[in-house]
Design a binder for this molecule. Structure first.
Ligand code: COA
Length: 321
């Protein structure tokens, strides 16, 4: 049991059809396509239809189905469903329980994780630990968000940044006994003293996502760099040995600052937030899917995933595909 590693067999994604370009915001806010592009790298984002909105479970189901089909894994083989989201369908039942029911993953355990934009990396870490400990063999790890419903659409400092979407991976125990592939190490940490920098209240009349953008920016870069150094250190490898960095997609300037500070060439960094904006827990699987589809990920590719979000939460995972 001590040698079991978990492997990412596949990734699936779902984004709503409705595209909001930066031009849309020019129509009613004091902003411009140029400002948004240069300050964030975001060109457009997807949002659910406001008149007939899909939920996190709806989108998560679609992403999970794609991942299951790619991995050729049947619903009855799924031992657990873990969903990272800060925009759940309900406080309870969890979004994971709805996905478990809709996909008919009979008897699978199901629960949500609340770690904001680090949610997917947190969920991956928890799933990995459950597999490594022998408690489960196959787990669906989902990140799904309907952030458009949490935004103050008149706050130009936040509404331009986010988008809706979902991503899912099938994580499975690798019974080959090989120790050189699969998830090698994980690192998680939090700092609740910085909770007010980025917040979405659960109660009250004014329930919008709000943040201190500048401070979030600085902490995000510092926390992610620290987490990456720690997770790589545990592998015994060097940062230069890694083939790809797949970071949470918050702002291209955050990603560039991180890469620059750590001496990672941008060719090794996956960024697709120009198309989706910040989709929180869906952003890492959306970036993973793009890199996998365009051939940048092959057997043996060494990837560092890193996420950071409100809490503050930060986490990273080293995985050999
Ligand atoms: C929000 C963010 C893009 C703002 O960029 P910035 O370069 O830090 O800009 P500032 O906050 O210093 O604001 C500069 C000016 O632009 C204005 N501004 C903010 N949003 C604007 C917009 N959409 N269009 C035009 N001007 C805008 C501000 O009001 C400010 O004006 P002022 O100088 O008159 O007060 C940036 O701080 C950021 O991305 N932070 C991280 C946010 C994030 O990723 N959160 C999630 C993390 S998981």
């Amino acid at each position: 049991m001590g040698n079991i590693k978990s492997r990412i067999l596949s990734v699936g994604t779902y984004v709503p059809d409705k595209v909001l370009t930066n031009k849309y915001f020019e129509s009613y806010l004091d902003t411009s396509d140029e400002w948004i592009m240069t300050r964030t790298g975001i060109r457009e984002r997807r949002i659910v239809d406001p008149d007939n909105p899909m939920t996190a479970a709806d989108m998560g189901c679609r992403a999970a189905l794609v991942a299951m089909e790619k991995a050729k894994v049947k619903a009855e083989e799924i031992d657990g469903v873990i969903v990272a989201t800060f925009t759940p369908d309900n406080f309870f039942p969890s979004t994971a329980c709805r996905i478990q029911a809709d996909l008919e993953c009979k008897d699978a355990f199901a629960f949500d994780i609340s770690a904001a934009c680090a949610g997917f990396v947190y969920a991956l870490t928890v799933a990995n630990n459950m597999i490594v400990s022998g408690q489960a063999k196959t787990i669906l790890v989902v990140g799904s968000e309907v952030i458009s419903k949490t935004l103050d659409w008149n706050d130009r400092g936040t509404c331009i940044l986010f988008g809706d979407g979902a991503g899912a991976v099938v994580l499975q125990a690798d019974e080959s006994g090989r120790s050189d592939r699969g998830i090698l190490t994980c690192h998680l940490s939090s700092d609740g003293t910085m909770g007010d920098l980025l917040i979405l209240p659960a109660w009250g009349d004014e329930r919008f996502l709000s943040m201190k953008g500048n401070e979030v920016f600085k902490h995000a870069v510092r926390c992610m760099a620290d987490s990456i150094y720690k997770v790589i250190d545990k592998t015994g490898m060097k940062l230069e040995d890694m083939d790809l960095l797949i970071p949470h997609q918050a702002n291209i300037r955050i990603i560039q600052a991180l890469a620059n500070q750590m001496g990672i060439p941008m060719e090794k960094v996956i960024a697709n937030l120009d198309k989706y904006g910040n989709t929180s827990s869906a952003s890492v699987p959306l970036a993973l899917e793009e890199a996998w589809m365009d051939g940048r990920i092959k057997d043996g590719t060494k990837i560092v995933f890193v996420g950071v979000g409100g809490g503050f939460t930060v986490g990273s995972v080293v995985c050999v595909m």
